[in-house]
Design a protein. Structure first.
Length: 150
């Protein structure tokens, strides 16, 4: 059988790190995940709030490096948990048990959020010239002889 889930969304709150009685770290947080379609009447996308639980080193990583608003990808499995509340009612919750959590945005404070962009050879993987900004128009090459390489 297969129980594998991958979701991408923004943290709705800072992760909460706790420890079990035996000292095992466990972090919990919720992700805001937009649906793929828009509501016909409002034209807006609905958002699902998905609870995520990360154990051991993954939980420690999450609590140390993630905060409200960060975009992340969570890879794990879906788990349904049943319990009885204080009034004796049966309750059920679905949550994702994270195996891996990945950053899906640039790190805070690097200028990306304020509309600035870094463009030096060291800062990008595309070999763009220093000072190149997204949206700049293309220019003809000065030494272009017109021959195609194929």
């Amino acid at each position: 059988m297969l129980n594998h889930i991958e979701i991408m969304g923004r943290l709705g709150r800072d992760p909460e790190l706790r420890h079990t009685q035996s000292g095992t770290p466990v972090a919990s947080f919720s992700l805001a995940v937009d649906r793929d379609f828009k509501d016909k009447s409002t034209g807006e996308r609905a958002t699902d709030w998905i609870d995520v639980v990360a154990w051991r080193s993954t939980g420690e990583f999450v609590s140390k490096y993630l905060s409200k608003g960060r975009m992340v990808v969570v890879e794990g499995r879906l788990q349904i948990r049943d319990w009885t509340d204080k009034e004796g009612g049966k309750r059920r919750a679905a949550e994702v048990i994270a195996n891996n959590v990945y950053f899906a945005d640039s790190k805070p404070g690097d200028g990306q959020r304020s509309g600035q962009s870094k463009s030096t050879k060291e800062d990008n993987d595309f070999g763009l010239p220093a000072g190149f900004q997204p949206g700049d128009s293309f220019a003809d090459l000065a030494d272009d002889d017109g021959d195609l390489p194929f």
